[in-house]
Design a protein around this ligand. Structure first.
Ligand code: HEM
Length: 193
């Protein structure tokens, strides 16, 4: 009797695994999602390996002076410039993400965000080029959950990276930041480092 129950349990487990497998591999969409996940995991692991095996650490760049950016100015910081600095905008704020270069640098899993406003891509969990607009994106078509997700990403960037300034809307004038504001920023950096 006990044997019978065990056999039944084993069969139920097996059929559950079969169902999950056929669910995962049965639709082209799921297959595509699995492939994307696999590719991203591979990219993250290989970028981690190459950073670990690098013989000498790249010298840290001096912090940028606090300043606002137009989309065009932001684009110059895609990690391919002379100093390799990478900036990304999230929810109207520009962050220096150079220390996360293994994610955002050339060839990194999220390298397409470098020098761009990544808000829409992060909100919609998309790594497609169409989520990165070449002109100002007011995000007005996003729903409340997606906007909430952008705010969460913004908080995550705020904790991990250095805030440099605002992403300017078309026609918006840059703020004149005083040197004291810059010193304040450096103090905050010291705390987070
Ligand atoms: C579906 C497959 C995905 C997998 C398996 C995946 C996996 C991961 C993992 C493991 C990390 C943490 C890496 C670490 O801390 O060492 C990470 C970070 C991250 N992922 Fe993904 N991810 C996926 C999709 C996406 C998508 C679609 C986006 C954006 C549209 C995204 C954006 C990010 C960002 C911004 C980070 C943070 C990097 C940082 O700390 O600065 N991921 N991902």
């Amino acid at each position: 009797m006990a044997d019978n129950n065990e056999t039944k349990e084993g069969q139920t487990e097996n059929s559950l695994i079969v169902r999950i497998m056929s669910e995962l591999f049965g639709s082209p969409l799921n297959l595509a999602l699995l492939a994307i996940c696999g590719f991203l995991i591979y990219k993250i692991i290989s970028s981690r390996r190459s950073t670990n095996s690098a013989p000498s650490k790249e010298p840290e760049l001096p912090p940028l002076k606090k300043q606002d950016f137009t989309l065009e100015q932001l684009r110059e910081y895609d990690g391919k410039g002379i100093d390799g600095r990478v900036l990304i905008a999230v929810n109207g704020k520009v962050f220096d993400v150079t220390r996360g270069k293994r994610f955002y640098g050339p060839g990194g899993p999220y390298g397409l965000f470098a020098g761009h406003d990544a808000s829409r891509a992060l909100a919609t969990f998309s790594l497609g080029e169409d989520a990165l607009k070449n002109e100002h994106d007011d995000l007005s078509d996003l729903n409340s959950m997606q906007m909430e997700s952008i705010r969460e990403w913004e908080m995550q960037f705020q904790e991990k990276y250095v805030y440099v300034g605002k992403l300017l809307k078309p026609g918006e004038q840059p703020t004149e930041y005083s040197d004291t504001e810059d010193e304040d920023k450096t103090e905050t950096e010291k705390k987070t480092d």
